[in-house]
Design a protein. Sequence first.
Length: 410
Amino acid sequence: MTTKPTQRSIPPAPVRSRLAGVRSSPVRDLLALVGDEDVISFAGGLPAAELFDVDGLRESFVRALSGPAGRRNLQYAATEGDPGLRELIAARLTRRGVPTGPDDLLVTTGSQQALTLLTTALLEPGSVVAVEEPSYLAALQTFSLAGARVVGVASDEDGAIPESVEEVFRAHRPSVLYLVPNFANPTGRTLSASRRSRIAELAAEHGTWIVEDDPYGELRYSGEHVAALAADPLLADRCVHLGSFSKIGAPGLRLGWARIPRALRPAVVVAKQAADLQTSTIDQAAAADYLLRTDLDAHVATVVTAYRERRDALLAALAVELPAGSSWSRPDGGMFTWVRLPDPGASLDTATLLPAALAAGVAFVPGASFFAGAPDRATLRMSFTTHAPDRIAAGVARLGAVLRAEDPHR
């Protein structure tokens, strides 16, 4: 009689250790609240959906799927991106003061993918990345996933402080300095022109790559335009400039781009091939048609007018509702305001306030997640672009009531 072998349960392979230190994004977790009409959310950096040019984009998709081009636009295509789209993006960047040719560009699946590809091309496990403190959370996640060591650079109302950049360069010799110089996420601050020039000098002196992430640059509501870092001749061979259609068009298209110096371009293209071969052919074709036929500057001007009113509504409401001693950034553009609550005992953690805020029907992002080093837990990020001014005022009033309830002496 043959004995049937006993089956043993074999456990699945473990999740690799590189994910162990990557923090979940509270921003993405809070996006579940988007459909809840009872919650006024300042958490997600969401463009105003009512301002999307649905009709114009629909017509562009119809044209992209019509005639002989329709089948071609459903086929595989070049990794670098749609030639017509790259020409239009290059012309737009050039008009904005960043001289660009189509061959300088790689079209990516959102600028977040561009950041991931650059991380693959430029960093090894253990490489050092310098970031402005606080910094864009998804960038911190990307660098952490690559096994890089992230070192913070001090900042103030004018952005990254050059003396701190120099100190970090000398002490840690980072491979990359990552900056969001225009209306930064999460602070809304803009890196001043004089600081850009000094940081360019430092990067050239130390041979450090700069990744200039600029998704918000066209959303300026006040103040004067500041030239891009990528436009500085000192950085011609060491600055990658990232852009996106998400904030000036629609994020659902997932279209971004990277302007890459010639020496680095082949490596990033290979990384793109390994990641997804190419960005959606039909989405690129529709975007190219849209940019060719639409006055995007006029559309952006409409968006800017609406967002300016919303920024002003948030700043006005904060002045009324927040406790004495609070401070907040006054952004010249973008989507975010950075708030710091008074914390005389250095014990406040805005994350502990979030449950009560959600119960009151208002959401924000606690500030600690945006720090690579020791966080300032008395901070929080608020996005002002999603809601109309009256709803912004109502949401800040709810937040103010929560703060007063948590501390009756306020």
